[in-house]
Design a binder for this molecule. Structure first.
Ligand code: ADP
Ligand code: MG
Length: 453
């Protein structure tokens, strides 16, 4: 079989490694996947070694299936991928996976129940702004470990605004503030799945036990159990026991309690007893700060201020998309070996931007260019050839070509019935001039921002 020699197995592994790098991006790759080493290949099983228990677990939970598929694609014989802990691997000088510094190694063990906390989601990496400061402050209060005068904490906001991030941050913080505290985090969906399977196995007692012994219980996306009656019943009793035992309860949903349809009233009124904090969509400043924060965690990447500003202005829907866009341009630039500039970012994000873009019209470009250069709109559209109007006209044509889907003849018609070759010449001329003329280049950048805001 072709996988017999370790050499060929090693070369397959190198191929898979480059796939992984391209797929997950440098940051994830360097943190988690790079330290993996090929240990052996026997018959249908590949064994990979990871330097610590923690990283091995993480790989098993997050990448096992992907690894298996990639191996199977390279060699049909492979059916299993095993992750073992191997110290002193060849790749000894491995950077530790990204870990919040405040968390001692002893609290990183797998959760007793629920789902492991994501190491990246800490208070340190959470950027606070007007949109989320109430939620942030409440989360911090719960996480300090001191007495709290509200329980539960209910966080709500639409998707991708940092609810899960805040929950995990609370979990990490409580573990260091109250060593030995039992932290249980899970989605409401998992709560339901676990509950239903406990009922099926006639073992609801141990399910209850595991949840109700938590010192901090966090249930994410509770809207999921809307309309699920027996799950809600169980959920209500769990809430009550946690609260009356003085343990901490944190719940999130994608909407406020008033708007949670299909959730029992007694649950809603329990929620309303606690602190209800909303998270709003981030404004421009917050989006910008979040991007800068994410950049700090990508030491290898160089992304110019103009690109960061562009992302912050354009991707307004939610932070997850914003972060996704940043990751994507960084990953692409590593992949194709190109520096990241505005044009590159536009290209890579074309599909995302299309969804967000408002249509820019030629009219609007003409008006704004005329304004910018303080000339009359009628002059911009006239046949006058004086330089102080001819250059702005060329700039306007260039921008029309670049920012609208209009054809050259179309653009020509809109500029006082000019020929398409005139427009083509203008576009080329501005491109050439821009390369040497930094003032013109800055004008174009500013105009693009004004028009494309
Ligand atoms: P939600 O649970 O509200 O849908 P998440 O907590 O999963 O959203 O956040 C989506 C992504 O956006 C995560 O990667 C998270 O780290 C990031 N994010 C959201 N808000 C912030 C913030 N204020 N600071 C830093 N990262 C944030
Ligand atoms: Mg979430």
């Amino acid at each position: 079989m072709f996988l017999s020699g370790t050499d060929s197995a090693e070369s397959i592994w190198q191929t898979i490694r480059s796939h992984l790098r391209a797929e997950y991006g440098t940051r994830t790759y360097d943190s988690w996947l790079k330290p993996l080493a090929l240990v052996s290949v026997d018959a249908d099983t590949v064994t990979l070694g990871s330097p610590t228990h923690f990283t091995a677990d993480w790989i098993r939970n997050h990448f096992a299936e992907r690894l298996r598929l990639l191996w199977a694609a390279q060699s049909a014989a492979i059916q299993h991928v095993r992750i073992v802990v191997e110290n002193g691997l060849k790749t000894a000088a491995i950077p530790e996976p990204e870990q919040p510094e405040a968390i001692p190694a002893t609290v990183r063990e797998a959760p007793a129940f629920g789902v492991a906390l994501e190491p990246r989601y800490t208070f340190d990496s959470f950027v606070v702004g007007k949109a989320n400061e109430l939620a942030y402050n409440a989360a911090r209060t719960v996480a300090e470990g001191g007495p709290i005068d509200f329980n539960p904490l209910f966080l709500h906001g639409t998707t991708g605004l940092g609810k899960t991030h805040l929950m995990h941050a609370i979990g990490w913080q409580i573990r260091s503030a109250m060593p030995g505290a039992k932290v249980v985090y899970m989605s409401a969906e998992k709560f339901m799945v676990e509950f239903v399977s406990a009922m099926r196995d006639k073992d609801t007692l141990s399910f209850k036990q595991k949840l109700r012994t938590a010192d901090l219980l966090m249930i994410d996306d509770v809207q999921f159990i809307a309309g699920k009656d027996s799950t809600q019943e169980e959920f209500f009793h769990t809430m009550n026991e946690i609260i009356s035992a003085g343990k901490r309860l944190v719940i999130t949903a994608d909407r406020s309690p008033q708007n949670l349809e299909g959730i029992e009233n007694r649950i809603l009124s329990r929620l309303a007893w606690g602190l209800v904090a909303d998270i709003n969509p981030a404004d421009y400043e917050l989006r910008l700060s979040i991007l800068l924060e994410k950049m700090k965690r990508m030491p290898g990447a160089t992304v110019g201020e103009d690109v960061i500003d562009f992302l912050a202005r354009k991707i307004t829907s939610n932070v997850r998309e914003l972060e996704g866009a940043l990751n994507r341009i960084v990953a692409y630039s590593t992949l194709v070996g190109k520096p990241i500039d505005l044009d590159f970012a536009r290209q890579v994000l074309a599909d995302v931007l299309k969804a967000h873009d408002r249509k820019v019209t030629i009219d609007e470009i003409q008006r704004k260019v005329a304004d910018y250069y303080a000339i009359k709109l009628s002059d911009l559209l006239s046949a006058r050839r004086a330089r102080e109007v001819a250059r702005p006209r060329q700039v306007a044509m260039f921008l029309a070509k670049r920012l609208t889907p209009r054809s050259l003849p179309d653009i020509g018609r809109r500029f006082g019935g000019r020929d398409h070759t005139t427009v083509m010449h203008a576009v080329k001329r501005i491109e050439e001039l821009r390369a040497d003329d930094s003032e013109l280049d800055a004008d174009i950048t500013r105009l693009t921002r004004i028009i494309d805001a």
